[in-house]
Design a protein around this ligand. Sequence first.
Ligand code: MV4
Length: 501
Amino acid sequence: MKKIHKLLVANRGEIALRVMRTAREMGIKTVAIYSEADRLAPHVKFADEAVCVGPPPSNQSYLLGDKIIQICKDLNVDAIHPGYGFLSENAAFCKKVTDAGIIFIGPSPESIEVMGDKLSSKHAVAKYNIPMVPGTPDAVTDREVAKQKSKDIGYPVLIKASAGGGGKGMRVVENEEEFDEQMDRAVSEAIASFGNGAVFVEKYITSPKHIEIQVLGDKHGNIVHLFERECSVQRRHQKVVEEAPSAVLTPEIRAAMGQCAVDVARACNYYGAGTVEFIVDEKLDFYFLEMNTRLQVEHPVTEQITGVDLVKEMILIAEGHPISFKQEDLTINGHAVECRVCAEDPRNNFLPDVGTLTTYVRPQGNGVRVDDGMEQGMAIPIYYDPMIAKLITYGKDRNEAIDKMIRAIDEYQITGIQTTLPFCKFVLRHEAFLSGQFDTRFISLYYTPEVLDTAPDADEEAIAAALAAHLILHKKATPSQESTGGQLVKSQWKSNRTALR
Ligand code: MV4
């Protein structure tokens, strides 16, 4: 047992604040690092101490492992929490931290290494009874051998990069004629992205749900799962809306997936917080895909339904404590939904929309949690992930959580940049989402930018813009702004709505 007195968060934005808040609750001093672009960022102001690590680009700041370790030595820091992204799944960094006598708040370098490669993770779990998609157990190099195996598996197949992540190096092959071309592409993309051209073949599950299981392991061999998160609403492998629990899992399937997730964690002697990713087909058959060896962006929905502070557990586990509860102690209470608020324009192909947060007013009230790392007046740096906040709602059941989310989205005031919030609202009101009958094809099946402006009460700005265009087109007078109160103007827009379509 080694008490942590001072913790450095090797990250920025909302996750740095998220971690530091729990550290403070535990009486642990906090150290922020920041780049020159983040001097005035809330995570810097919140921390007890803060050190500038370099110029804005990540590879000159947040990714400088050796410099961060030196800062820890200089400031007597006992532990590093890496958050997600940046150095969080870098086995070499984790090992250097540990070798320097600093606690890495996360798994061992060995766990990161094994799970960081898809083929090695499949090998690691082989001795457990984990359902996996039919496929080649090893890398394929010989095209003719690969084609024969694909024929045996049955088209369509998916060629995946073993070192892959985020869908990079992944290619669907519909038939044998396409095989060579797609394999070439997968291999060159894998080399370009990961410096490792190893690829393997799997049966392509055409309409899977993405469901992942949160696990916690301690340094005494205890491993528990904290149920599932449904993350099927994704765009280019970026999750947009997540929820817990899933609307479609039965208690039996949930228990079976939970047990598999625990076994996957056990297979790599896991400790810390981790997530085991599955795809689930129409028949609710599930298959293990990979394990993420970090705290994930969407962890709050799990916290809301279990009452567990995952960061607190991570810190206690890193100190050497056993997990503070048993599997039997855990139940699912209520339902939580998370929307990622990204500075992206859903009307313009989700292009990053950087600018200044001219207005930034958070929603509040019963069942609303906002994890963010920005404040009004701040410029959003172009150097980092465009996610500026996570909006999480919690209710006694799924409908209540969804109703609260729609209310909270309407209450959120953001100007100066476009965000994904209107898009999230579209998702939350869509029949497929409401029924739970949706999968990873959701966006490609249902979304076009037009849906944002034709929804029953599309956001008022858009209506105002459309109305103005309409009025100009028809050379009508605009509704008087002077003689009416705000409410009345609003209701006029609403009464004019039918004219816009
Ligand atoms: C698959 C699949 C279908 N069949 N594997 C995408 C990223 C990586 N984590 C695994 N991914 C997939 N693997 C087989 N055998 C479909 C996907 C996939 C996907 C998975 C989860 C969430 C969104 C997705 C979007 C496209 C493809």
